[in-house]
Design a protein around this ligand. Structure first.
Ligand code: NAD
Ligand code: TYD
Length: 352
């Protein structure tokens, strides 16, 4: 049994689906179902006895302690977070609460369980894997080498600062209490079930809806893209073989300027679902005011993970982005659910 937090979100849901497809080991999935948590990501698990879903907050100590004592997981994988930079600029409070205070409370509950309720053997085998981001390292200048695990922390947004704080807490729990932790810092993910507020799904959904494709500033900011299933395979590998207390950067060597991403999405849609007027979706690109404090470039050096644990991504950017665009075309009902608000109304009724 493993406990996954945030397993109804984009990466967490992909992780839970892959985990249950590849192993017999059950999952307890603790998720608060914020606007970003979506049980429709997990409909294929309905009736699957190996998936136990619990709506709740990682900061709810009594609940987390109860889940740990009841299910006795051998590992906790912590995805739960507020994850959108723009939202963190407009309202940082939730980021501080979940990413910092929530992670702290989760660590405390896990420490109580790990130190007091496990046999020596189970204690030695236990793992707390914290899922984090490359954004904690700050912004790179053109020509600077990609982020290694030794790069200093220099977070620039309230989101990245809150993730950096959580990474430091995880590190401290290892050094101070000996909690067997692992941390992964991954580059930008894309793929199925990505909430359409982030660049790639927003562009796909807006393009199909005939809306503007808003490119911030000059569109030359660089992100390093990884297909979400490759992130999930990296986490599984680190959980299985990572050295205790170590940090592993995860990335697929796919640095691309934003405008190139938007251009690729438009080209794929032109091919797969041409506009009725036969014009290119590129016509909808609109340059808008830049994000405040916008980091110019992220790039991940994933050599450590490749060398020590033999991990390799399965997708190139070309194969991954084609799969992603196809997924959105084939799952318009999912898109309608998350964009219309009908799903939120269901959550509030169901958990009232
Ligand atoms: P997401 O916003 O899609 O999902 C987050 C999930 O956490 C949601 O299901 C939400 O309901 C849940 N959640 C939020 N607050 C919670 C709380 N207090 N208690 C329990 N559950 C809570 O995010 P994502 O893109 O899937 O990211 C998952 C993790 O991976 C985050 O920690 C993020 O920092 C990290 N990460 C994301 C990316 C990326 O490109 N998306 C890259 C690197 C790392
Ligand atoms: P985003 O998906 O929000 O991820 P992050 O900020 O965590 O990297 O944004 C990716 C890049 O795309 C980032 O440089 C901001 C830019 N962007 C746009 O140009 N337009 C948009 O509408 C969005 C959401 C992002």
């Amino acid at each position: 049994m493993i406990l996954v937090t945030g397993g109804a979100g984009f990466i967490g849901a992909n992780f839970v689906l892959d985990w249950l497809a590849q192993s017999d080991e059950p999952v307890v999935n603790l998720d608060k179902l914020t606007y970003a948590g979506n049980l429709e990501n997990l409909v294929s698990l309905q009736g699957n006895a190996r998936h136990v879903f619990v709506r709740g907050d990682i900061g709810d100590t009594a609940l987390v302690e109860r889940l740990l004592s009841e299910h006795r997981p051998r590992a906790v994988v912590n995805f739960a977070a507020e994850s959108h930079v723009d939202r963190s600029i407009h309202g940082p409070e939730d980021f501080i609460q979940t990413n910092i205070v929530g992670t702290f409370r989760l660590l405390e509950a896990v420490r109580t369980y790990w130190s007091g309720q496990l046999s020596d053997e189970a204690k030695a085998a236990f793992r707390f894997l914290h899922v984090s981001t490359d954004e904690v390292y700050g912004s790179l200048k053109s020509g600077e080498p990609a982020f290694t695990e030794q790069h200093r922390y220099e977070p620039n947004s309230p989101y990245s600062a809150s993730k950096a704080a959580s990474d430091h807490l995880v590190r401290a729990y290892h050094h101070t209490y000996g909690l067997p932790v692992l941390t992964t810092n991954c580059s930008n993910n894309y793929g199925p079930y990505h909430f359409p507020e982030k660049l790639i799904p927003l562009m796909i959904v807006n393009a199909l809806g005939g809306k503007a494709l808003p490119v911030y500033g000059d569109g030359q900011q660089i992100r390093d893209w990884l297909y979400v299933k490759d992130h999930c395979s990296a986490i599984r590998r680190v959980l299985e073989a990572g050295r205790l207390g170590e940090v592993y950067n995860v990335g697929g060597w796919n640095e691309k300027p934003n405008i190139e991403i938007v251009d690729t999405v438009c080209a794929l849609l032109d091919e797969l679902r041409p506009r009725t007027d036969k014009k290119s979706y590129r016509e909808q690109i609109t340059y808008v005011k830049d994000r405040p404090g916008h980091d110019r470039r992220y790039a991940i050096d994933a050599h450590k993970l490749e060398r020590e644990l033999g991990w390799r991504p399965a997708e190139t950017f070309d194969t991954g982005i084609r799969k992603t665009v196809r997924w959105y075309l084939d799952n318009q009902a999912w898109v309608a659910g998350v964009t219309s608000g009908s799903y939120r109304q269901w959550v509030e009724r169901h958990y009232a």
